[in-house]
Design a protein around this ligand. Structure first.
Ligand code: GTP
Ligand code: MG
Length: 469
């Protein structure tokens, strides 16, 4: 029996990403089956509200399918838009929770004010959605951590999920703000949210808007960024990252950025939706890639990546993809894993790929990656038969790497820059004690120390023996 997954999309960003994902998932299923037939594989993500086994052909209205999802936003605009869109038929009113004015880019407003006000309501809606599942495996939240609703209410919901359904996995795709983010309070919001995610999520896939902007920019600005990695010759590194002009900075290409995130979600969840020679189940991801409970931030990279947005680019060969996937230009988060330590690595391949090819490439990789000494064999790989639309095969790397502490450090620095001057603090004090600022800083610093300790960890025989006197 297939296991189910419930999406929880919170706030503007979370809902935009969620809708991209549903669109892609429907297209993938329609292509895989030649028609959109309600079958077991679809039941992981959708329930059929009419009679069983009713066939829906491509292009047919999809009113028979309802997504297993909860749609939350404290502004009304986004949800209204969703319900009016063609994909609105995937949801009914009972799956939506909204208010009118939003959390005003204030984490505390979302977490405390709306959290307290809507807690019971959210729990009740969750219960109904859970009751429609036979064997629920995972909640998957999409949200940004830079605003007020997705960040504040979103992280509150992760805690609620833990309280109410401790045995069901809590995964999040969490969008981190870029350095030039237009939300001035995003340094506070993102650190508060990060701290909650560290405490209550099972697995977080951080997605850095800056990394996505860099990817889109290399495609959209071919004259400025002359080198597009996927057209570059093999082994070429050192791609120049184009700087946006001031005008361009303000207009983020969210559509394309969200499309990349939708592909990531599709890849993470493909083993639930399609057959595979060696499918990796979601519980295997946490089991293999999370060696300590709070060190559950997985850096994701995908190949192909650029040709997902630009079909004119040459397809990559399989062996090339194994190189690409370990290059920072293919990551959803900026950072340099190769300069740090891998605690564990997951490699999920989609398409008709032979074991021998995967094994050969992993063998090569093992010599190149700096794995922590107690997990030298920490490679988990899986193969799902169904490639993404328009590709022969693709791969996703999920890495638990100590370089994530650098991202946390940057976030902490941004937070401190505001907090040193106590700017905007009074807005938060309307809803919470000021001590929450210090507690959060402390918590994130402890998390960074844990990663740092692992980065420095050596097997006993290499440790310096401390003199007794
Ligand atoms: N990738 C991506 N980022 C987005 C999108 N929309 C907003 N963001 C980013 O998300 C952060 C703002 O969060 P929103 O999701 O707009 O805020 P919200 O959760 O609706 O919260 P409030 O509006 O403050 O109640 C900023 O860092 C934005 O750059 C989107 O569609 N895609
Ligand atoms: Mg909003």
């Amino acid at each position: 029996m297939p296991r189910e997954l419930i999406f929880v999309q919170v706030g503007q960003c979370g809902n935009q990403i969620g809708m991209r994902f549903w669109d892609l998932a429907l297209k993938e299923h329609a292509k895989a089956k030649q028609s959109l037939l309600y079958d077991e594989s679809l039941s992981s993500f959708f329930r059929n509200v009419n009679s069983k086994n009713q066939e829906l052909r491509i292009g047919d209205p999809i009113q028979n399918l309802k997504a297993r999802a909860l749609i939350v936003d404290m502004e009304e605009g986004v949800i209204n838009q969703i319900m009016k869109s063609p994909l609105g038929e995937l949801f009914d009113e009972k799956q939506c929770i909204n208010d009118v004015s939003g959390a005003g880019n204030n984490w505390a407003h979302g977490f405390y004010h709306y959290g307290n006000q809507y807690e019971k309501h959210i729990e009740e809606r969750l219960r109904k959605t859970v009751e429609q599942c036979d064997s629920l495996q995972c909640f998957f939240m999409t949200h940004s951590i830079g605003g007020g609703t997705g960040s504040g209410l979103g992280s509150r919901i992760v805690g609620l999920l833990e309280d109410n359904y401790p045995e069901v996995f809590r995964f999040t795709a969490s969008v981190f703000p870029s350095g030039d983010d237009d939300v001035v309070t995003s340094p506070y919001n993102s650190l508060f949210s990060l701290y909650e995610l560290a405490k209550h999520a099972d697995c977080v896939f951080p997605i850095d808007n800056q990394a996505l902007i860099n990817i889109v920019d290399q495609i959209d600005k071919p004259n400025k960024a002359r080198l597009v990695k996927e057209n570059a010759h093999e082994g070429s590194v050192g791609i120049k990252i184009t700087q946006f002009g001031e005008e361009e900075k303000r207009q983020k290409p969210f559509d394309k950025m969200n499309s990349l995130i939708a592909h990531l979600l599709s890849h993470i969840t493909c083993s639930m939706r399609f057959e595979g020679a060696l499918n990796v189940d979601l519980n295997e991801i946490t089991m293999n890639l999370v060696p300590y409970p709070d060190l559950h931030f997985l850096i994701s990279s995908m190949a192909p990546l650029y040709s997902l947005l630009d079909s004119k680019l040459q397809p990559r060969r399989l062996d090339q993809m194994f190189n690409d996937i370990y290059h920072p230009d293919f990551q959803m988060i900026t950072g340099q894993p190769s300069l740090h330590k891998y605690l564990a690595v997951g490699l999920l391949v989609r398409g008709d790929v032979a074991f021998s090819d995967v094994n050969r490439n992993i063998k090569k990789l093992k010599d190149q990656l700096r794995m922590i000494y107690w997990n030298q064999e920490g490679f988990k790989y899986g193969i799902c038969n169904q490639p993404p639309i328009g590709q022969q095969y693709s791969m996703l790397c999920l890495a638990n790497n100590t370089c994530i502490k650098d991202t946390f450090q940057e976030m902490t620095d941004r937070f401190q820059k505001l907090y040193k001057r106590k700017v905007y603090v009074h807005h938060y004090k309307q809803y919470m004690e000021q001590s929450h600022f210090d507690e959060t800083l402390n918590g994130i610093q402890n998390l960074m120390v844990k990663y740092q300790d692992l980065e420095m960890a050596q097997p006993k025989k290499y440790q310096r023996i401390q003199p007794i006197f």
